[in-house]
Design a protein around this ligand. Structure first.
Ligand code: COA
Length: 251
C-alpha cells in the first residue's frame, strides 16, 4: 500500500506511504491520491482533508525511476489528475510535513490551506538540477508568496532550505516538535470540521478567486515544458545519475 487513506471524525487523511523510498510518488500513487481527493471532495462525511507522509519523510517527490521508465506522454496523466484534484478541492486541506519535502512535495503545499511542519522538515524544488522546470503553478505562486528574488533563489538554484526559512517565507504556518505534529494537526482539523461547511467553502473560494486563472494558465504552460523536458538529455542524465548515486554531468 503506497497511499494510505482513512476517514475519522469527518477528517480524511491521505498519506504517502512508501517510507523506504522517502515516500517518492509513482504514477500509481498519484492516481490513488487523486481518487482519494475526489472521493473526499464528494463525500458528505468528509469536512476536512489532511495530507501527510508516513515515516520520517513527507515525500521525496516524483519517483525518478518511474519517470525514467515511463515518462508522462500527455497532459492527462495521474500526476496532472492529482494536481487538478488538489487544486479544485473546496474543502479545507491541512498538510502535516514530518520531514523532507522535495519537488511536488514542496509545491503541493502552496495549494494547501494550512501547513504544519516538524522541526525536522526540509524543503527543495530541485527542478533545474534535474533538467526540468517548475510545476503545479509554483512559477507564479512562489514569487507571489515570497517576492521574485527569493523565489528565483529557490527555483533557479534548487537548493534545499530548512523549516525555519520555510516558516519565514510563509510556506509553513507553524513548526512543531516531531512528536507534537500529528496531535496538533488533528486539533486544527477538528476545529475546522466543527465549523459551518458553507462558510469554509465560500471563504476559501473568495481568497482564491483572483488567483484561479493565473494558476490554471501557469499549470498548463508548465506541464507542456515539463513533459517535453522530461524526455530531454538533461533530465535523463540527472535521473540516471541519481539512481547510479553519482553527480550528473550536463553537456
Ligand atoms: N525517486 C526514486 N527513489 C527515491 C527518490 C525519488 N525521488 N527519493 C529517494 N529515493 C530512494 C533512494 O534511491 C533510496 O533508495 P535505496 O535505499 O534503494 O538506495 C531511498 O529512497 C532512500 O533515499 P536516500 O537518498 O538514501 O535518503 P536520504 O535521506 O539520504 O536523502 C532525499 C533523501 C529525498 C534528499 C534524496 O533521496 C533525494 O534527493 N531524492 C531525490 C529527490 C528528487 O529529486 N525528487 C524529484 C523532484 S521532481
Amino acid at each position: 500500500m503506497s497511499v494510505r487513506v482513512s476517514v475519522e471524525q469527518a477528517i480524511a487523511t491521505i498519506a504517502f506511504s512508501r517510507p523506504d523510498k522517502k515516500n517518492a510518488i509513482t504514477a500509481a500513487m498519484y492516481q490513488a491520491a487523486a481518487d482519494a481527493l475526489t472521493e473526499a471532495e464528494s463525500s458528505d462525511g468528509v469536512r476536512v482533508i489532511v495530507i501527510t507522509g508516513d515515516g520520517d519523510a513527507f515525500t521525496a517527490g516524483n519517483d525518478l525511476e518511474d519517470f525514467l521508465r515511463s515518462p508522462p506522454q500527455s497532459d492527462d496523466t495521474p500526476v496532472s489528475r492529482f494536481m487538478h484534484a488538489l487544486r479544485v478541492t473546496s474543502k479545507p486541506v491541512v498538510a502535516a510535513v514530518p520531514g523532507i519535502a522535495v519537488g511536488i512535495g514542496t509545491t503541493l503545499l502552496m495549494h494547501c490551506d494550512l501547513v504544519y511542519a516538524s522541526e525536522r522538515a526540509k524543503f527543495a524544488m530541485p527542478f533545474t538540477q534535474l533538467g526540468l522546470c517548475p510545476e503545479f503553478a509554483s512559477s507564479v505562486l512562489l514569487p507571489r508568496l515570497v517576492g521574485y528574488q527569493r523565489a528565483a533563489e529557490k527555483l533557479l538554484l534548487g537548493e534545499p532550505f530548512d523549516v525555519q526559512e520555510a516558516e519565514r517565507m510563509g510556506l509553513v504556518n507553524r513548526v512543531l516538535p516531531a512528536e507534537e505534529l500529528m496531535p496538533f494537526v488533528h486539533t486544527q482539523a477538528k476545529k475546522l470540521a466543527a465549523l459551518p461547511k458553507e462558510s469554509l467553502r465560500i471563504t476559501k473560494q473568495l481568497m482564491q478567486a483572483d488567483l484561479q486563472s493565473a494558476v490554471s494558465g501557469a499549470m498548463q504552460t508548465e506541464i507542456q515544458h515539463f513533459t517535453r523536458m522530461l524526455k530531454g538529455p538533461d533530465a535523463k542524465e540527472a535521473f540516471s545519475a541519481f539512481l547510479e548515486k553519482r553527480k550528473p554531468v550536463f553537456r
